[in-house]
Design a protein around this ligand. Structure first.
Ligand SMILES: [Zn+2]
Length: 484
């Protein structure tokens, strides 16, 4: 018995043959894709439990956000006008005040809002690294999403000791790995060479030996001091640090690499580790003589490079289609055109990301036997038609706003742009309430005109100029009363 049948769709399978069906049907039984075939007339009046007519629309594998932090989903707009260095200081200050001041309700609202946004943006799997992983596991599990969650381990950043953090990580793995019908899994997530002590790396090595099936997810080479920081933990450089602790292999995910060079790219590729690229966030740091992600070398040596959105507060985006586009444009700007084809980018958001997470036997493409994680994208509009080269349409023109229906594990979570698996109004109400608590508890001044850190902050900010003009024109009271 077919549970779900999507017919008359353009099916972009992203299978090994790169097959695209012009007029195809996808059948789903017990959460698994049971067939992908040309549409037969009988499909249109099938007695499947759920039938979706996708005439003129495109079905693609669900998108995979390969690097995400979720704790601070609710700070949208706070940091938007700050430079990269200013932002890091403010984010750091907030990390230290938010948890004791705001408590679990703040992070529960953040995770639920993140899940809602991910669903509506066509993201079906998220690879998260956060300080509130238990809340994340519950939120992701309840929303219907698929998630790999790593408790972020960083004893130089968080107040708990290395030993305490490692114990908590072990408890998290025991309690949450492979839960919610296998949709929620755990990773081991040391923050990176800059945030972790030698004792923490030693503990991470033990964790990895005890849980060899889990991914190791970490930041690497994100500052010019990367080698010095690695030396503090006993490595010649960040890759050598991972290698010494037995942490550099095909189960390893490394992100940032802003200051990695050609030799580092060669070593990463040789180890089989995967690279998580977050181009928009990193563009904040691309100023003056600073180096940039060594893409040509990574490609030359054959490293698997995939895409993530990182922290939401840098530029407040949840759109992986746009992120892939930014990846290409920034790569072209830095290294010349044609660094990636449109199809390369599509694979990076789907099957290549699934491979990075060790989930490619389950998701990442639309093939019989795989879990049914699918997205229906509406390209049957004047914004898109007429077209040729569908991958280029998906990567250049489509935005998350074109996502119509989202399926995870065969469950229709979003249908015709309506979220079915979450109570949207309660998510919004909780988010509004917690934003207000953030304001009253931390001293951030916020209005439609801009955001100003509290007095004791390292920074004082002025509002962005166009809105300042609006304040002058309409009066401060009119603009300021529209808080949040
Ligand atoms: Zn990150």
């Amino acid at each position: 018995m077919t549970d779900l049948l999507i017919h008359d769709a353009i099916v972009v399978t992203v299978n090994q043959e790169h097959q695209i069906l012009k007029n195809g049907s996808v059948r789903v039984t017990d959460g698994v894709v049971s067939s992908v075939e040309p549409t037969e007339p009988g499909d249109r009046d099938s007695d499947a439990e759920r039938v979706i007519d996708a005439s003129g629309k495109v079905v693609i594998p669900g998108l995979i956000d390969a690097h995400r932090h979720t704790d601070f989903t609710l700070v949208q707009g706070l940091f938007s006008e700050l430079s990269g260095d200013e932002l890091l200081k403010e984010a750091f200050a907030l990390y230290h005040t938010a948890e004791p001041l705001l408590g679990d309700s703040f992070f529960e609202a953040a995770w639920r809002l993140a899940c809602l946004r991910q669903l509506t943006h066509g993201v079906t799997t998220v690879n998260a690294m956060d300080f509130t992983p238990e809340i994340g596991a519950s939120a992701i599990g309840a929303s219907g999403l698929r998630g790999v969650i790593g408790p972020e381990l960083a004893d130089f950043l968080a107040p708990a000791s290395a030993a305490e953090q490692l114990r908590a990580a072990r408890r998290f793995i025991e309690a949450h790995h492979d839960t919610h019908d296998g949709r929620v899994t755990a990773s081991i997530a040391p923050g990176g060479e800059a945030g972790c002590s030698r004792a923490l790396w030693e503990g991470v090595a033990e964790l990895r030996a005890d849980y060899p099936d889990l991914r190791l997810h970490t930041h690497l080479y994100d500052s010019t001091e990367a080698d010095t920081m690695a030396a503090g933990s006993g490595g010649d450089d960040p890759l050598d640090l991972l290698d010494r602790y037995g942490l550099l292999d095909e189960r390893t995910l490394v992100t940032h690499l802003l200051h990695a060079d050609r030799d580092a790219a060669r070593r990463i590729a040789a180890s089989g580790a995967h690279v998580l690229h977050c181009p928009t966030v990193y563009s904040y740091f691309r100023a003056g003589e600073r180096t940039w992600f060594p893409l040509p070398a990574l490609r030359e040596f054959g490293a698997n490079v995939v895409v993530g959105l990182d922290d939401p507060f840098w530029f407040d985006s949840w759109d992986l289609f746009q992120e892939a586009k930014h990846a290409r444009l920034l790569a072209n700007f830095e290294y010349g055109a044609q660094q990636w084809s449109s199809y390369d980018l599509l694979k990076m958001l789907t099957i290549d990301a699934a491979r990075a997470l060790g989930l490619d036997d389950r998701v990442g493409s639309i093939e019989p036997g795989k879990r049914a994680d699918l997205v229906v994208v509406d390209v049957d509009t004047p914004r898109h038609r007429p077209y040729s080269n569908l991958p280029s349409v998906l990567m250049n023109t489509v935005t998350a706003g074109d996502v119509e229906t989202v399926v995870v594990d065969g469950e229709v979570l979003v249908e015709d742009r309506s979220v079915r698996s979450m109570d949207v109004e309660s998510v919004r109400a909780d988010a509004r309430r917690e934003r207000e608590r953030l304001r009253t508890h931390t001293g951030w001044e916020t209005s439609l005109a801009g955001s100003t850190p509290p007095d004791e902050s390292l920074l004082r900010r002025v509002a962005p100029r166009p809105l300042l003009r609006a304040v002058r024109q309409y009066g401060r009271g009119v603009v300021a009363q529209h808080r949040w």
